[in-house]
Design a protein. Structure first.
Length: 247
């Protein structure tokens, strides 16, 4: 898969595709990768970094919002090159298992949507059925300030998975929410801030409760794993997702 690093802020870049997002944050010449897309996103990643004046040797860390396979894709590629992989302790087993979770909802009701079929095909073609399995991550906890470029603060937002987290990069005025919410539903195609589909969530009630963690955060840019950047504030995004409810 061809990669392009799209500049969102002077030091924040979006990679991936129209269906799956992941990000790179630059701080003082060093890089933190936030989430890891699909395995085939490793193809062309070096060239994408080169286009923004960096290389693989500039990466100090990969931080994962959670352990699902569409967020861990190039984790093995980076891990094999000595990049530490960071994840919340409650999702370490998910990462080691290749992204397996017992979700609350069924996928079947969503198969009436063409978007669902396009997303599932995209995930399969991107290597999502063969995710990396990493059993020695660096574990973090809620409230930690990670010693990686940008020094993000961890906000535990369980529900999508048990150890799902968001990351606030204060100096970059950016909040990375992973799948705590999305701005485009990857199964129904519905735009706007909302929860991920119940078929992908361990607990929808916990997802709804976790939105309160985002309401208290000040950040000019909210970046999700699926959908376009949101610039009207985390509180507004959380309120809209709460109003929409189960998706």
């Amino acid at each position: 898969m061809t990669q392009e690093a799209i500049r969102l802020r002077p030091s924040v870049f979006r990679l991936g595709s129209t269906i799956v997002n992941w990000y790179v944050v630059e701080d003082r010449g060093r890089l933190t990768v936030v989430d890891a897309g699909l395995p085939k996103h490793a193809e062309g990643f070096d060239a994408a970094l080169g286009a923004i004046g960096h290389g693989l040797d500039d990466i100090d860390a990969l931080v994962l919002t959670h352990g699902h396979s569409d967020h861990t894709g190039i984790a093995g590629f980076l891990h094999d090159r000595g990049v530490p992989v960071h994840i919340h302790g409650d999702d370490a087993e998910v990462l080691a298992s290749g992204g397996r979770t017992k979700n609350e909802g069924s996928l079947l009701p969503y198969l009436r949507y063409g978007t669902a079929w396009r997303t599932l095909l995209h995930l399969a073609q991107g290597g999502g059925l063969r995710p990396p399995r990493i059993d020695d991550p660096v574990r973090f906890a809620d409230g930690d300030e990670l010693d990686v470029p940008g020094r993000p603060r961890v906000l535990h937002t369980p529900g999508h998975t048990g150890g799902h987290c968001a990351f606030l990069f204060p100096r970059h005025d950016a909040l990375f929410v992973g799948d705590a919410l999305c701005t485009w539903n990857p199964l129904t195609g519905r735009p706007g801030p909302q929860l991920m589909p119940a078929a992908f969530d361990v607990s929808v009630d916990s997802c709804l409760a976790s939105l309160a963690r985002l309401e208290d955060v000040s950040a000019g840019l909210l970046l999700a794993g699926h959908g376009d950047p949101w610039s009207d504030g985390p509180a507004a995004a959380a309120r809209l997702a709460l109003k929409t409810g189960r998706t």
